[in-house]
Design a protein around this ligand. Structure first.
Ligand SMILES: Cc1cc2nc3c(=O)[nH]c(=O)nc-3n(C[C@H](O)[C@H](O)[C@H](O)COP(=O)(O)OP(=O)(O)OC[C@H]3O[C@@H](n4cnc5c(N)ncnc54)[C@H](O)[C@@H]3O)c2cc1C
Length: 582
């Protein structure tokens, strides 16, 4: 098993969807539903049955826009404010308009959502302004339900294939992808008229404080391959300096999760047991307040449930210990942490890229189109901010439906066959050496350097040093990385995506000479927002020298106006001592 075999096959399809987690299955299902004659392939590095962020299940929809609770206009306004104004509203507004029908569709698949006694959706308030969180009492069934739909729509599924590079035609249009079998290292070239990237967050960028390479918050298979592939294909990536940083359970690195506990009366507290933030909705400013509390000597920070009635705590445990991460209950049982007695220690996570929770992603418009013709992106790797699971489903659907129409207008783009030979050489290089440095050591080094030099608060000199160190590691990676079998080869390829993401994170952070998004882009030498110069996207592309190149892009005119007094709502998070005492 896992021996390295040589082999190269080629297949064709109309629409290739890469990543079978959340957005990917929905993109494939919707493409087939819209045009049952279309040839749609869903390619997955792991197995579609249990892959991606939702592999074990999910506690709820964090951002549902349900009539009677919220309107698309309200939601668009809230996300614009939560993301410090740096938002093209069209994709957010479109999501907000479409997501209710996706909830109804998911409901029809058998994924039940919490309803009240009247049979209406039982939506909870967690965000700063509106009410959007919809619990999923049987959220552990979500993957099974999706899989049934994939079978029903006869989507062609290719498991255990890792996409490594996109192919592009001479006219710049996408032409397909090159993939490697993770069990045999054989190559598969998939020619496609349209490609939809749904490869999730870059979740293995920083190193968790536990030191475990795979002890990440994100699904650990999401190593940023999608970001790297889009970059090498010439796509623009937006606002990568807006990192993902989360408040997580210390040492466990999973969500704590105030979204579930908040509606029951749980909250984030300091070591005195006092509340210090008004709202537990994850935002850069919330993370900044968390950081400030730690710096003030009032840390650690905790999730506080021990003031609640024992029956209420049991109800919270029933969700948190079963649905999303069943290991959580065991982790705390082994530590002897009883939620009824003790507060749950949290910490600040390592950095990553993820639009699902922040904003950094491959730039897309309201049809999920990237800047490369025929190339789409959806879910955590596309630039629609605060997207979460329902955003992945909804925008995956948008991508699938648009792509299946697009392919009717075009033929296959011609690519240069030399691109395949070059990619085979790049991929197999670590297998051609007699000895060398294993991928896990190179990965550890990159991610430790990410923590040392890129973790906010960001300091210019540190980020410049990071770039130097990354260049040295890249040299080792190119000349000395060594893979013994096809499994290690996959790790070696992931390491190459991780170093690409690390370089992009440093370059984007150095470009934006202001502070924005709270802790996510807190630059010590440039405190405060500079709207005059930086009320814009930063767009990163691959420069002619093969290195990240950055430009500014105007924010598209707002569809929903934001009043002057509303703009800073997320900046008013801190509860002051006088208020806490009231
Ligand atoms: C721990 C955790 C808890 C969360 N809780 C909630 C919640 O309660 N509510 C909510 O609304 N949202 C929640 N989210 C967010 C939500 O789960 C994500 O936003 C959403 O699932 C992302 O979907 P996606 O399709 O972009 O990525 P994923 O579902 O992660 O799918 C990406 C897929 O791409 C595959 N892949 C990666 N690289 C390659 C490659 N090179 N070749 C082939 N395949 C590849 C991966 O194996 C994976 O299957 C949570 C996220 C996490 C991590």
């Amino acid at each position: 098993m896992d021996e390295i075999r040589s082999g190269l096959s080629e297949v064709h399809c109309d629409v290739l969807v890469i990543g079978g987690g959340t957005a990917g299955p929905m993109a494939a299902i919707k493409a087939r539903k819209k045009d049952p004659k279309a040839n749609v392939i869903l390619l997955e590095k792991a197995n579609v049955k249990r892959s991606g962020a939702i592999s074990m299940g999910m506690d709820g929809l964090n951002n549902s826009v349900i009539p009677g609770y919220a309107t698309p206009e309200q939601y668009t306004k809230e996300i614009t404010i939560a993301n410090d104004g740096i938002v093209d509203q069209a994709p957010v507004y479109k999501y907000a308009q479409n997501c209710f029908s996706i909830i109804q569709e998911l409901d029809s698949y058998g994924i039940r959502f919490q309803k009240n006694q009247n049979g209406d959706f039982d939506v909870k308030k967690v965000h700063h302004i509106g009410t959007y969180v919809l619990p999923m009492p049987n959220g552990e069934t979500v993957k099974k339900a999706l899989y049934r739909q994939l079978r029903r729509e006869r989507v062609l599924i290719s498991n255990r294939f890792m996409a490594t590079r996109l192919l592009t035609g001479k006219d710049g249009r996408v032409a397909g992808a090159i993939c490697v079998n993770t069990r045999s290292a054989e190559f598969l070239v998939i020619r496609a008229k349209a490609v939809i990237l749904c490869m999730g967050a870059a979740g293995r960028l920083g190193l968790p404080t536990s030191g475990y390479l795979f002890g990440t918050y994100e699904n650990a298979a999401n190593s940023g391959d999608g970001y790297a592939m889009a970059y090498h294909a010439g796509a623009g990536l937006a606002n990568l300096e807006c990192y993902q940083i989360n408040p997580l359970i210390k040492d466990y690195n999973g969500p704590s999760c105030a979204y579930v506990a908040g509606p029951f009366g749980g909250y984030t507290a300091n070591n005195e047991g006092n509340r210090f933030i008004e709202c537990d909705y994850w935002s850069g400013q919330m993370m900044q307040e968390f950081y400030n509390e730690l710096q003030s000597g009032k840390g650690p920070v905790f999730l506080k449930l021990n003031h609640l009635a024992p029956e209420t705590v049991s109800e919270i445990e029933r969700v948190l210990h079963i649905v999303e991460r069943p290991t959580r209950g065991r982790f705390h049982a082994n530590r002897g942490t009883d939620y009824k007695e003790t507060m749950i220690e949290m910490h600040i996570s390592e950095i990553g890229f993820c639009s699902g929770h922040s904003a950094s992603g491959v730039y897309v418009d309201e049809f999920a189109r990237t800047t490369v013709p025929g190339l789409y992106a959806a879910g955590d790797m596309a630039s629609v901010p605060h997207n979460y699971m329902l955003g992945a489903f909804t925008n995956g659907a948008v991508a699938g439906e648009h792509a299946v129409d697009f392919v009717k207008e075009v033929n296959f783009a011609d690519y240069d066959p030399a691109a395949i030979t070059a990619e085979q050489e790049r991929v197999l290089a670590p297998t051609k050496r007699e000895d060398g440095i294993p991928p896990n050591q190179i990965e550890y080094k990159i991610r430790r350097l990410v923590n040392d030099y890129l973790q906010p608060p960001k300091v210019t000199r540190k980020m410049e040093l990071a770039q130097k160190r990354f260049a040295e590691v890249r040299d080792d990676l190119n000349t000395a990385m060594y893979a013994r079998d096809s499994h290690e080869l996959m790790r070696a390829l992931e390491t190459q995506s991780i170093i690409d993401c690390a370089d992009m994170a440093a370059a984007a952070s150095l470009f934006r000479t202001e502070s924005r998004w709270g802790l996510y882009h807190n630059r010590v030498e440039y405190p405060g927002r500079d709207d005059e110069n930086w009320f814009c996207h930063s767009i990163l592309t691959k420069g002619a020298d093969g290195k990240p190149s950055l430009t500014k892009k105007e924010i598209a005119p707002y569809i929903i106006e934001i009043e002057e007094h509303e703009r800073d709502a997320y900046y008013k998070q801190r509860i002051h001592a006088s208020e806490a005492a009231e």
